[in-house]
Write a protein that binds this ligand. Structure first.
Ligand code: UD1
Length: 429
């Protein structure tokens, strides 16, 4: 298994280009199941999760042509689709559950393994299933699989509320939307997730011929085609990854370097920019870039940050922000409202000398000038990114084990940090 060896007390500066968004490309790949014509995608990141999704789609019968160096691919789900997504593949990645809606819409039947738990909590799929039932699907559970069948005559549009006690569900919004585009009649999704990745998927679906309005707001209206063969091929460029951009910006702030992220959408990072301003970190911005400015001797100020659905502070940047607050002058409060158990990074940050106390869904972080290198264990994707940041700021060397978690969602992160002047080696142990 690969290990990162990170030299601490790092200084970084320079520019880094942002790759396509993981959380956009995965559902867009699932959407390719909605048509028998090819879907051409640009800005496809080289991530382990993308390989997993392509593995599942190949298993379902899709044909994939990929040029990794050019970040392009063409995927074609021709007439015969196998409607079963097996556990061996689905268990690796929760987003693979999002093949359920498109499979059901296109073939009238889907058998998809339950995604299972994950390190930061239960992560149910009840709202996904509620939405499909509202469209008229018969949904049952059997041997760890969800089996969904459209009624005779096909799925029918409906009015569906998709909220959860923790905010709207991104995955459920996408799954139900993808089933509804081929249904008969109009579907109105209330309490829909507003994330930019929902808008990106919608833009791709519209290019394929779907009729959808309101994406990016809590009410999405879909005029179903009423014909399983209605959608066609399309070309689409995946939006840049706002979480990756945010991670590099937080690294710049933590190491007090001038770091520019290029090819991003600054408007997708408003809540992070606001948190930076409260922390005393200045940013410059252009149309498609953001740059963290060095503080010139000014301290990093402590902040209160609460994760929320978009456009609130993203849960996917909570761990990285906590790493930053470990170096603030004073006491910060971080509250996790989406996944109350998403604190796997906390114990590992403590090993690096951080001072953090958890009270339920809240973590109280006392800033300290001294973090020191140690061996730590990556536990999930974003927690691992936080460990890379903290390791770069600590004194001495840190070994980060199980970096396959990082490879799921960051493209060659160590090479890109090296490009900014950091020393990170990947070793096979
Ligand atoms: C997506 C993102 C993930 C991000 C998360 C929240 C992808 C591939 N993943 O995950 O990176 O952290 O949004 O922004 O895009 N819930 C239910 N019932 C359901 C579904 C969800 O109670 O049926 C709850 C979840 O447990 C969680 C909240 O709703 O507390 C939001 O989850 P959701 O938006 O569905 O997350 P994902 O789509 O899985």
């Amino acid at each position: 298994m690969d290990v990162f060896v990170v030299e601490g007390n790092a200084t970084i500066s320079g520019s880094v280009g942002i790759v396509g968004a993981k959380n956009s490309v995965l559902p867009i790949l699932a959407a390719s199941l909605l048509t028998s014509e090819p879907l051409e995608l640009e800005n496809v990141p080289a991530l382990a999760d993308v390989a997993t999704m392509l593995g599942i789609l190949s298993e379902l019968g899709s044909d994939v042509q990929r040029d990794v160096a050019k970040a392009r691919l063409s995927i074609c789900s021709a007439a015969t689709i196998e409607p079963t997504a097996p556990w061996e593949l689905v268990r690796k990645m929760r987003a693979s559950f999002e093949v359920l809606g498109p499979l059901l819409g296109r073939t009238g039947r889907a058998r998809v393994s339950f995604p299972g738990g994950c390190v930061f909590g239960l992560r149910p799929v009840d709202v996904h299933l509620k939405g499909l039932v509202a469209l008229g699907a018969n949904v049952r559970q059997e041997g760890g699989y969800v089996i969904a069948e459209a009624p005779r005559g096909g799925l029918r549009g409906a009015e569906i509320f998709l909220g959860t006690p923790f905010g709207s569900s991104v995955g459920a919004t996408r799954n139900v939307m993808m089933a509804a585009v081929l249904a008969h009649g109009r579907t109105v999704l209330q309490g829909a997730a507003c994330e930019p990745e929902i808008v990106d998927l919608t833009e791709c679906l519209v290019k394929m011929g779907a009729r959808i309005e309101g994406a990016g707001s809590p009410t999405i209206e879909i005029e179903g085609a009423g014909d399983r063969a209605a959608l066609g091929g399309a070309s689409h460029r995946v939006i840049p990854d706002r979480i990756e951009a945010g991670t590099f910006l937080v690294a710049g702030a933590l190491l007090d370097g001038r770091v520019r992220v290029e090819g991003c959408r600054p408007g997708h990072l408003a809540s992070l920019c606001d948190a930076f301003s409260r922390a005393g970190v200045a940013l410059e911005r252009g149309e498609d870039w953001l740059e963290v400015q060095p503080r010139g001797g000014e301290p990093l100020r402590p902040t209160d940050v609460t994760t929320q659905p978009y456009p609130g502070f993203p849960t996917d940047l909570q761990a990285q922000w906590m790493a930053l607050m470990c170096r603030a002058e004073g006491v910060s409060v971080v509250t996790e409202r989406i996944y109350s158990d998403r604190y796997m990074h906390l114990a590992e940050l403590l090993r690096l000398g951080a001072r953090i106390r958890r009270e339920g869904a809240t973590a109280v972080v006392e800033g300290t000038p001294t973090l020191s290198g140690a061996s730590v264990m990556a536990s999930d994707l974003r927690a691992s990114a936080a460990l890379v940041l903290a390791a770069l700021a600590a004194s001495g060397e840190t070994e980060i084990h199980r970096v396959y978690h990082i490879d799921r969602g960051y493209e060659r992160i160590e090479e890109r940090f090296r490009g900014l002047g950091a020393t990170i080696r990947r070793e096979q142990r």
